[in-house]
Write a protein that binds this ligand. Structure first.
Ligand code: HPA
Length: 278
């Protein structure tokens, strides 16, 4: 059962007050790091690391491959708040609950949300290590973080998603990739599935036919909340494996992490370059 919206609002406000009391600077940009990508947080200068478990009201992480820390500081000359580790629908959280950190950081004044994930490639033109700039999404998670009474102070009842991913940020990302000489940077549609089971061959074929270029188990709920809160959104998927429905290979978490970590260097370079431009 979901807590009442008043209880949820009170929890959000507790987290906001706590962070207002300990952050030296208002974060401009929120970065959410996916599986195998959390090392980006090591690049932050003057970091203040706050474990999620110390933030009143925050959900607690259950996935061992994800560190659960909020790291605040400076990166690429910008005040950033890095969410090192996220919460997933498959862990049992409602999407309203798992998106609480984004709601809290939006209320602290952050204006831009940069989200990353490790994803399975569905576009046969992708390879392991492709960085996909998310241009649109499909929400196949059977929940919406805005379900239930709307908090009008937080955003509109029916937020428009016709331009979910900021066009200018996508273009800047492509320009940065070119400048850095990164070859495997593409654009595409990300599909969020509930998980935790991976896709069957028939589901892989279906998702591709639906227009998805990559598939994963995250990101879309957070993006919906960020847009509801009026934040600009940039999403980047790191393709760890490419799924061919006619010859589907086992998809194993250890391989996903290893492949994502290999691509993490390019991802980090791109991210730092983009932050300079935002
Ligand atoms: N499917 C779903 N989620 C994923 C995959 C995949 O193939 N790879 C990484 N995350």
């Amino acid at each position: 059962m979901l807590e009442s919206i008043d209880d949820f609002k009170a929890r959000v406000e507790r987290a906001v007050s706590f962070l207002e009391g300990c952050l030296l600077e208002k974060p401009q940009i929120v970065l959410m790091l996916g599986t195998g990508l959390s090392a980006v947080a090591d690049l932050i200068t003057e970091p203040l690391t706050i474990p999620y478990k110390n933030i009143p009201g925050f959900p607690q992480s259950t996935v061992t491959s994800h560190a659960g820390n909020l790291v605040c500081g400076r990166l690429g000359g910008k005040a950033v708040a890095v969410l090192q580790g996220r919460f997933h629908f498959y862990e049992g959280y409602a999407t309203r609950e798992l998106t609480l950190p984004i709601r809290v950081l939006s209320l602290l004044g952050a204006e831009t949300f940069v989200v990353s994930n490790a994803a399975g490639g569905l576009n046969p033109g992708f390879s392991s290590g492709t960085l996909m700039i998310i241009q649109d999404h499909l929400n196949f998670i059977p929940d919406n973080p805005l379900r239930g009474p709307n908090v009008d102070d937080w955003g509109p009842r029916f937020p428009d998603l016709s331009k979910t991913y900021d066009q200018a940020l996508q273009e800047k990302t492509l320009t940065c990739a070119l400048r850095l000489g990164l070859e495997h940077v593409r654009s595409g549609v990300y599909c969020a599935i509930p998980g935790p089971s991976l896709e069957t061959p028939a589901e892989t074929r279906y998702l591709r036919n639906c227009g998805a270029d990559a598939v994963g188990m995250s990101t879309v709920p957070e993006v919906i909340v960020a847009r509801h809160a009026g934040m600009k959104v940039l999403g980047i998927s790191v393709v760890s494996n490419v799924n061919d429905p006619d010859n589907l290979q086992p998809i194993i978490l250890e391989d996903i992490i290893a492949q994502t970590e290999k691509a993490a260097v390019n991802f980090e370079r791109l991210l730092v370059e983009i932050l300079k431009e935002i």
